[in-house]
Design a protein around this ligand. Structure first.
Ligand code: HAM
Length: 419
């Protein structure tokens, strides 16, 4: 146990973590271009927030939350997703008093007690955005285009964007009734979970993972059959904006998503390259969530992308990231008399913004050169007592295999020029 991490979690090690940093930086860059600011909320919240926000009949709330009672006897939950927490922060910090819409993004770990498998973890990471205060279909198109932009800049191909409209409180009761009429004759054959959901939220049955429920639901009425004229018009405009910027999509009238808060636009991005866990991102509009969380009614929309699944897709598609590892300079020391000078030189290089490192194990010169190679250093400065007495150092270019003597006084400008 002491040397084993909990099931469904990962250590992200050097060599791998650089890919994460690259991805996070790319997402941040896209956010700058689209005008989204970062928000950081706690990793845990009051359980009530997710129960209310995500929905009592969802898989997440019914069986996947990491919930515990803290020492003050409060029910606390590790966040299973980011939206409800960002809505809470929006209300608590009165962000509605600022010029609207408010555009926010977040990157961080989420927790769901699900059965781990390829691409599915108990601690996983999302990059997500949330926009509050606008019901414009142009915002729907903006967040969808933004998600697709991120995938494309990473270089991912072979993606399918599925979009749907799940309606509003006007069309929902009609759908609910139609679904109950459809499922009622086969109620006994649904899984126990869905039998329980039949009264409370029959739409959830369409999202059930059980094969039997999926089969029974194959010909169920869909959201698009019952949209009210306003929702219909909103959906048409979203599609129009996407068409205008060349974002390709598939209208998927069976897409309901796994969270209860969605209204109108819902979307998901899938790939066939990573097996069963094919959703690499999803989101939608949630015009009732802010009110459900205790605020005055305000529209909202957002998405979240799963970083583990993006990296897995990139790996399966053979995408490499432009990552440079290793120090620009390794300072190799020859003889104890040069030790202090080499330590000082490494510090001096760093102060000039040059990534530098040295040996700390008393290795021979040969072993230091080998070590510098392993670190992937581009230049090695060899500093010996004899060179020091002459005020020079030998600089070896590891790629070219060439070396030359450089006066110590010029070493910084030399390195800056060749690195
Ligand atoms: P979600 O569809 O539950 O939506 O999650 C978004 C993405 O997180 C998924 O598409 C997937 O890539 C990743 N993901 C989910 N669960 C796991 C898991 N167990 N292991 C690895 N990756 C996973 C939401 O969470 C909504 N909050 C999105 C949203 C934001 N809607 C509006 N605003």
């Amino acid at each position: 146990m002491l040397t084993t991490r909990p099931r469904g979690t990962n250590d992200i090690l050097p060599g791998e973590v650089e890919k994460w940093q690259y991805l996070e930086e790319l997402a941040r860059q896209v956010c700058r271009e689209y005008g989204y600011s970062e928000i950081r909320t706690p990793i845990f919240e009051h359980t009530e927030l997710f129960a209310r926000g995500v929905g009592e009949t969802t898989d997440i709330v019914e069986k996947e939350m990491y919930t515990f009672t803290d020492r003050g006897d409060r029910s606390i939950t590790l966040r299973p997703e980011g939206t409800a927490a960002v809505v809470r922060a929006y209300l608590e910090n009165k962000l509605y008093a600022l010029p609207q819409p408010i555009k926010l993004f977040y990157i961080g770990p989420m927790f769901r007690y699900d059965r781990p498998q390829a691409g599915r973890f108990r601690q996983f990471h999302q990059f997500g955005v949330e926009v509050f205060g606008s019901n414009s279909p142009a915002i729907d198109a903006e967040v969808i285009a933004m998600a697709m932009d991120i995938y494309h800049r990473i270089g991912l191909t072979n993606l399918e964007l599925h979009i749907n409209s799940v309606g509003c409180p006007q069309c929902r009761p009609v759908l609910r009734q139609k679904l109950q009429e459809y499922f009622r004759p086969q109620l006994a054959e649904l899984c126990p979970n869905c039998q329980g959901r039949f009264d409370r939220n029959p739409l959830r049955i369409l999202d059930c993972k059980s094969e039997k429920c999926q089969e029974i639901g194959r010909h169920a009425p869909t959201t698009l059959d019952v949209l009210c004229p306003e929702c219909q018009a909103h959906f048409e405009l979203v599609k129009g904006y996407l068409d205008a910027v060349g974002v390709k999509y598939i209208v998927d009238n069976r897409l309901v998503r796994g969270l209860d808060y969605y209204t109108n636009t819902a979307f998901e991005i899938m790939t066939r390259d990573i097996g069963a866990q094919s959703s690499i991102g999803g989101g939608g509009r949630y015009n009732g969530l802010i009110e459900a969380c205790g605020g005055s009614a305000a529209p909202g929309i957002g998405f979240a992308l799963g970083l583990e699944r993006i990296l897995l897709t990139a790996e399966r598609q053979g995408i490499t990231f432009p990552i440079s590892r290793g120090p620009a300079v390794f300072v190799a020391t020859v003889g104890a008399g040069a030790e202090t000078e080499s330590f000082a030189l490494v510090q001096k290089l760093r102060r000039h913004g040059i990534a530098a490192d040295k040996d700390y194990l008393g290795r021979s010169l040969k072993a230091q050169m080998k070590y510098a190679g392993k670190l992937d250093a581009r230049l090695v400065i060899i500093l010996g007592e004899e060179e020091l007495s002459r005020g020079v150092a030998v600089v070896r270019n590891m790629q070219a295999g060439s070396q030359e003597e450089v006066p110590l006084a010029d070493i910084i400008s030399y390195v800056k020029e060749v690195q």
